[in-house]
Design a protein around this ligand. Sequence first.
Ligand code: GTP
Ligand code: MG
Length: 214
Amino acid sequence: TEFFGEFGTGKSQLAFQLSVNVQLPPEKGGLQGTTLFIDTEGTFVPTRIRSMAEAQGLNPENALQNVYWIRAINSDHQIAIVEGAKDFVQKHGVRLIVVDSVTSLFRSEYPGRENLASRQQKLNLHLHSLLRLAEIYNLAVVVTNQVMATPDMFYGDPTRAVGGNIIGHTPNNRVYLRKSKGQKRIARLVDSSYLEPGEVVFEITTQGIRDPQE
Ligand code: GTP
Ligand code: MG
């Protein structure tokens, strides 16, 4: 699943919440598993994981230990982490892999039109290795992708105009996030291979990601 949207739309917050929720037992919507959290921007916040865990009735320290955080320093490193994750995933009961953000290092290392082809090729291979891990080890993969609002989006469907081209059709589900009032956000499911399109409103609260209050 890809979460895409502008800065501050809650992509990382959703990734944190999922890293906590995956630890819950199945009857509470979890997979009783751990998370491999690949952080490419240095925006992982351990204290936020603790407070989200506490709000879900989990022991905060255990919950944080169940999120295996790794900082990817460049795109080759990011690729290598995923290529080498097989044994780790099996050994540590990983049921969720997060890449937050999956595109930023590629964007900064391969800027401009002249690098577009090689960037796309590398990114596509990377996305396919993630997909392979998902299929072989029956785990969830969530990637984030920051997109900027462009003037183009006024001439058509913004979910296609922005960011649509960089990740293409590899993810099974694409969720477009946008800001609403205050801490409210709107998540729109687009391009799902097995779910109907739809929209929900959520709120970023002290406890974590929640249904809106009113
Ligand atoms: P980029 O990575 O810049 O593209 O943004 P993002 O989509 O990852 O945004 P992020 O998930 O960081 O969401 C930022 C929003 O979450 C802001 O509105 C913050 O106010 C809110 N937020 C971040 N941390 C906390 C927190 O600890 N408590 C609460 N209540 N809100 C928080
Ligand atoms: Mg973020």
